[in-house]
Design a protein around this ligand. Structure first.
Ligand code: SAH
Length: 293
């Protein structure tokens, strides 16, 4: 372990680490897979958080509304982006059950290939994709090279490739090589979970700024979409108060709450809500969801 001053995340070392990791839930969760409460608790908490901040996603009519209202209600197409998606665990258990169209971005090809297999099997939220009521696009890229506003155009010096488009061809997919029309096609949610330790502070600030620019807006230009950062946090006192721990195994950093808040401020984001994940095994880092706009 070393301080961030000594070491920054190295993209290739991170990709190498994950390429040598099993393409399974157990693999992407560092051994805390289906034999543990982690995947279910994580997904259930995320879905509840998302429904509470974007209640219009709910397909259930609240009891105080008449059924007349429900039949008249027009449900528009909702879009989400799964960042550092791995094998698509978050898409399958959190995003696809709620959103119509999901983009996944992930730099490890083997993981995306597994996501395609999972989609073909129709397991969990992939069911809607297999049945053709939903659609998903898989992008091969590191977040430092990915621009949610125009995914086919990589950030200078990098690569961003469309690996697969799955599911309904009836759902209009915005052209990835031109800037999104935010009112029509902006993301309702950009979900960033358990991956941004692979970005330096500078890369992370830039990525959050690009993400903010790709969120849905209303017709008056008011931002309606949200970003959720769900990540491990270490203690503020870690590394002599720097609040950052470097992990040599996968070449990533774990940041403290204070460090995250500074980064969000630098990216010009407003913290709307902060939720601590409950129920995880005690030996793990604390996990926090930050809801940002
Ligand atoms: N978010 C997923 C995967 C977690 S594992 C989930 O919660 O299930 C961490 C993921 O981060 C791996 O898939 C790894 O390949 C990815 N990753 C590594 N470097 C990255 C980078 N620079 N940009 C985006 N993702 C990265």
């Amino acid at each position: 372990m070393a301080m961030i001053g000594d070491k920054l995340p190295d993209f290739q070392a991170g990709v190498d680490y994950w390429t040598n990791t099993a393409a399974s839930v157990d693999g992407v969760l560092g051994g805390y897979g289906h034999g543990t409460p982690v995947p279910r608790l994580d997904a259930a908490s995320s879905r509840m958080l998302i429904l509470s901040i974007l209640p219009e996603l709910s397909t259930i009519t609240p009891p105080h509304k008449s059924t007349m209202d429900a039949s008249k209600r027009h449900r528009r197409r909702f879009r989400a982006l799964d960042c550092g998606a791995g094998i698509g665990r978050v898409s399958a258990t959190v995003l696809l059950p709620l959103f119509d169209q999901v983009d996944l971005v992930e730099p490890v090809q083997k993981f995306l290939q597994q996501a395609v297999k999972n989609a073909e099997s129709g397991a969990e939220g992939w069911k809607g994709v297999k049945q053709g009521s939903k659609c998903a696009r898989l992008w091969l890229a590191g977040l430092q090279y990915f621009d949610p506003l125009q995914p086919a155009i990589p950030v200078s010096g990098g690569k961003s490739e469309l690996m697969a488009t799955l599911g309904s061809s009836n759902i209009h997919c915005p052209n990835p090589a031109t800037r999104l029309t935010l009112e029509e096609d902006g993301y309702d949610l950009i979900m960033i979970q358990w991956c941004i330790g692979h970005l330096s502070d500078e890369q992370l600030v830039d990525y959050l700024k690009r993400s903010r620019k790709a969120l849905r807006q209303d017709k008056d230009g008011k931002c309606e979409g949200l970003i959720i950062v769900k990540e491990n946090i270490c203690k503020d006192s870690e590394s002599d108060g720097a609040g950052i721990i470097f992990d040599d195994d996968d070449s990533s950093v774990t940041r403290s709450d204070k460090v995250f808040k500074q980064i969000f401020q630098q990216a010009g984001l407003t913290l709307m809500r902060r939720e601590l994940q409950m129920g995880f095994p005690k030996e793990l880092f604390q996990v926090v969801s930050y809801v940002l706009q």
